[in-house]
Design a protein around this ligand. Structure first.
Ligand code: GDP
Ligand code: MG
Length: 163
């Protein structure tokens, strides 16, 4: 069985950019089934010989300010249900936000294998990115650049090491 890697995080952290990098070819995309895959995109990825399934989550309504933290937690719960590994993206340029904390709390409660990827870290001091996001309580964060590809292979190797 291919492991399923699910990308979570608040809007604009770079989930879709990372998804696109992991599923470059057209054949990698799995057709979205209306109804079944609400707010989800599925694709096939590969690191070395290891295939995996990757899921992009989205669909948070930016207008829905009311209860946005609760909605974020709900989306995160749904995503984790289908994950073997969760990649939780945060934004190196914005730092830790209250929404990040809400998602982190949900992920810690669920206990699924989770890696924190500190995206948009190109050109920033790596140690700073790691230290700041360590407070999310989900282990050693990995600074990456989804846009440029920096340390994406390292992220995948850690994410899929048990599979
Ligand atoms: P999503 O809402 O989490 O799916 O985020 P997107 O993938 O749509 O990206 C949101 C914005 O962040 C876009 O303008 C991207 O071009 C930008 N972005 C994504 N990854 C990176 C990165 O590694 N570095 C920088 N500087 N910008 C990025
Ligand atoms: Mg997106």
């Amino acid at each position: 069985m291919k492991p399923t890697l699910v990308l979570v995080g608040r809007p604009n952290v770079g989930k879709s950019t990372l998804f696109n990098r992991l599923t470059r070819s057209r054949e990698a995309l799995v057709a979205d089934v209306p109804g079944l895959t609400r707010d989800r995109h599925y694709g096939h990825g590969r690191i070395g010989p290891k295939p995996f399934l990757v899921v992009d989550t989205g669909g948070l309504d930016p207008e829905a300010q009311e209860g946005i933290l609760a909605e974020m937690a709900r989306q995160t719960r749904l995503a984790v249900d289908e994950a073997d590994v969760v990649v939780f993206l945060v934004d190196a340029r914005q730092g830790v936000t209250p929404q990040d904390h809400a998602i982190a709390e949900e992920l810690r409660r669920r206990g699924r294998k989770t890696l924190v990827a500190v995206n948009k870290a190109e050109g920033l001091p790596l140690e700073e990115a790691r230290t700041e996001f360590f407070e999310l309580g989900l282990g050693e964060p990995i600074p990456i650049s989804a846009a440029h590809g920096d340390r994406v292979a390292e992220l995948l190797e850690r994410a899929l090491s048990d599979f």
